[in-house]
Each structure stands twice: as structure tokens, then as C-alpha cells.
Design a protein. Structure first.
Length: 88
């Protein structure tokens, strides 16, 4: 039973990682950021990124930065959760 739960949760974390990665790649291209696929990726991944974005917006030095550290932090947290899950 425990193995099944670890497998399912691990698979969900990997899917979220893939969706975040796909969103990042598509945001680099003008045609990609206007597509319905990109809108879907934003719809699915934004609830994951938004808490980090609101947390990092409190840091004055990061407000004007063109790089989205919240996105990167969300991705790293997913990877860390996956590693912790597999260590259990």
C-alpha cells in the first residue's frame, strides 16, 4: 500500500515538474506564449507558483528583477519534495 502511494505521489510531482518546464520553454517564444496550450499550462501551474511569488514580492531587491525567482523556487521545491518522498 505504501509503495503505491509513493508511486502515485511521485508521478504527480514529476508531471508538475514537466508542466513547469514546458511552461518555461514556451514562455521564451512569442508564438508559444499566445497559444491555448500555454494558457492551459499557466492555469495548471500558477497555483503552485503564486505563493512563492507573493512571498518573494516582499523582498525589495527582487521586485524589479526580470528573472522569475518564484518560478525557479517552485520548481526546486517540487524536486526537493520528490527526493524526500523517495527517501521515506
Amino acid at each position: 500500500m505504501n509503495t503505491i502511494v509513493v508511486y502515485v505521489v511521485g508521478s504527480l510531482l514529476r508531471i508538475l515538474e514537466f508542466l513547469l518546464f514546458a511552461r518555461a520553454i514556451m514562455s521564451w517564444f512569442v508564438q508559444g506564449s499566445a497559444s491555448q496550450i500555454y494558457e492551459f499550462l499557466c492555469l495548471v501551474t500558477e497555483p503552485l507558483v503564486q505563493p512563492f511569488r507573493s512571498l518573494l514580492s516582499r523582498i525589495d531587491a527582487l521586485r524589479g528583477c526580470p528573472f522569475d525567482f518564484a518560478f525557479m523556487l517552485a520548481f526546486l521545491v517540487l524536486i526537493a519534495l520528490e527526493q524526500i518522498l523517495y527517501m521515506l
